[in-house]
Design a protein around this ligand. Structure first.
Ligand code: 5RP
Length: 225
């Protein structure tokens, strides 16, 4: 049997995430290539049952456009008081459900929508599972005038920060990517870095960690709680 490609693993978890959507509800939708697979699966579900979802709250312009192309009504986050489920990918996830996110620069809106949801369902291929967060460069959304001082502050922690070239977030800010960190205490780290002046959002998701992770593996989809 030939091994599944990373793209096929993403398709599997995108499809598997459908079972967490309560029919007729409003679903929270994240951003990225794995979420694109979930949106594709949602499109198929809508062909069979046009009422499969009542609408969506999206974390990026990119996902909004894909959802609208399927005819899904996209609501603004500020018009919604709660969501049953938020489905999103991750750049890294540890065994406790803590994640690094923001590879697609959508981390701030992702955290806002995740905060609205009762459950965060993370969909990822097995390459994303790590023992300790920090191998993937940590994305941090920063107000431009604070970039140099935020990079100096990360240097104090042993990290090397670099402004992501050519990227402006949906909120008009920049992304600093930080390498060389070992994030063994994600909740404390997230709380501390979020207080630095000029930091809009740090890409550690500990407060909004995954309730469940659907991991695409060679043996099929594994569910990590
Ligand atoms: C975007 C994100 C994505 O969820 C993360 O980058 C994973 O993306 P992909 O599914 O393409 O690997 O946090 O800001």
């Amino acid at each position: 049997m030939t091994a599944l490609t990373q793209d096929q693993l993403k398709t599997l978890v995108g499809q598997a995430a459908l079972q967490y959507v309560t029919p007729g509800s409003i679903v929270g939708v994240g951003t990225g290539s794995t979420v694109d697979k979930f949106i594709d699966a949602l499109g198929e579900a809508l062909k069979k049952d046009a009422g499969f979802v009542a609408g969506a709250v999206s974390s990026s312009v990119r996902s909004t456009q894909r959802l609208q192309a399927l005819g899904v009504k996209v609501l603004e986050a500020e018009t919604v008081t709660g969501l049953g489920v938020y489905i999103d990918g991750a750049d890294e996830i540890d065994h406790g459900g803590h994640m690094v996110k923001g590879g697609g620069a959508a981390l701030t809106r992702e955290k806002i929508v995740a905060e609205l949801a009762e459950r965060f369902v993370c969909i990822a291929d097995e390459s994303k599972l790590v023992g300790t967060l920090g191998k993937f460069p940590l994305p941090v959304e920063v107000i431009p005038m604070a970039a140099a001082q935020v990079i100096r502050a990360f240097a104090q922690l042993g990290g090397t920060g670099k402004v992501r070239e050519g990227v402006t977030t949906d909120n008009g800010n920049i992304i600093v990517d930080v390498t060389g960190l070992q994030i063994s205490q994600p909740a404390e780290f997230e709380r501390d870095v979020n207080q630095w002046p000029g930091v809009v959002t740090v890409g550690v998701f500990a407060r909004n960690k995954a309730s469940v992770c659907l991991l695409g593996t060679a043996e099929g989809v594994k569910t990590l709680n």
